[in-house]
Design a protein around this ligand. Structure first.
Ligand SMILES: *[C@@H]1O[C@H](CO)[C@@H](O)[C@H](O)[C@H]1NC(C)=O
Ligand SMILES: *[C@@H]1O[C@H](CO)[C@@H](O)[C@H](O)[C@H]1NC(C)=O
Length: 271
């Protein structure tokens, strides 16, 4: 009788990795074959990469930003649990890293790691996340397209006009973060997440008791004041125009370039 050859752990890992990174359409997730744990009563993927990304976010983010990224991840997982068709197409590790690392450069200290003067914070965060993956022993084995999905998901997490038409991973990363804001906005999307589920997440990772909406506006105003170059032609620009004395995007806007190209400027047109 032939003795079956035991599958080496390495081969098993390779098979699992290949299966889950290549054929992401058939299996509802979280799959019992992927390790998972329970967080705030929610079943989440639990791999060394995911744990290390969480620790990395805790190290580099303030406690309130950390709680925000954890809520975003959990809201994202809840969204997937209410949308099996989407969930069947989402790579849960990419999804977890995209959400947990999306604010690495959202830091109001110009000397913090990952911050550049000209790039918007989403792009700085995307590069920081890609660097984290590339230097992680497991991440080194990731095919480029997975790193790219994390990069895109983070870079586009505040750009619905692009993110909503991207791959399911990028789309789902967008919604994880967006549900943090849209769930209780009048008429906002809830993506099936119930009040009870949301409250469980908020109990585990509470919001700051002070600041609220004003805190968010102060945060946006900070970028417009101290990193204005990174805000022109982005969703932040109108906030700067409204909130920051002396802020002006004139001369930096796409329209200024177009007008200059045909030898016109705004005052010529308004004449
Ligand atoms: C900014 O980065 C520093 C150093 O990594 C960290 O201690 C601080 O909590 C970060 N701030 C925010 C708002 O995440
Ligand atoms: C725009 O045109 C006005 C008059 O036509 C001129 O005074 C002004 O300097 C121009 N501005 C720029 C930025 O070229």
């Amino acid at each position: 009788m032939r003795v079956p050859t035991p599958i080496s752990p390495f081969l098993l890992l390779l098979l699992t990795t290949t299966f889950f990174s290549t054929f992401t359409t058939a299996t509802p997730r979280p799959s019992p074959s992927l390790p998972h744990r329970t967080l705030a009563g929610i079943s989440v993927i639990d791999t060394p990469m995911v744990r290390d990304a969480q620790a990395y976010a805790r190290l580099h983010c303030s406690p309130s930003t950390y709680n925000h990224i954890m809520r975003s991840w959990l809201f994202g997982v809840l969204h997937l649990s209410h949308d099996p068709a989407l969930a069947s197409k989402v790579d849960l590790e990419v999804h977890a890293l995209g959400l947990m690392l999306h604010d690495l450069a959202n830091n109001q200290s110009l000397s913090a790691p990952f911050i550049t003067m000209d790039r918007r914070f989403e792009v700085d965060s995307a590069f920081a996340a890609a660097d984290f993956i590339r230097s992680h022993p497991d991440g080194k084995k990731w095919p480029d397209y997975r790193v790219q999905r994390v990069w895109d998901g983070i870079a586009l997490h505040a750009e619905p006009k692009l993110a909503l038409y991207k791959e399911p991973d990028v789309f789902a990363i967008y919604w994880g973060n967006e549900l943090e804001f849209s769930w209780d906005r009048p008429g906002g999307e809830q993506k099936g997440v119930t009040k009870e589920e949301r409250e469980r997440v908020l109990r585990e990772f509470p919001r700051p008791t002070e600041g609220g909406g004003g805190g968010t506006l102060a945060f946006i105003a900070w970028w417009c004041r101290y990193k204005p170059e990174s805000t022109y032609n982005t969703w932040m620009q109108p906030f700067g125009e409204l909130l920051v004395p002396g802020y002006s995007a004139v001369g930096h806007r796409l329209i200024d370039r177009s007008l200059a190209a045909v030898g016109l400027n705004m005052s010529d047109i308004l004449k």
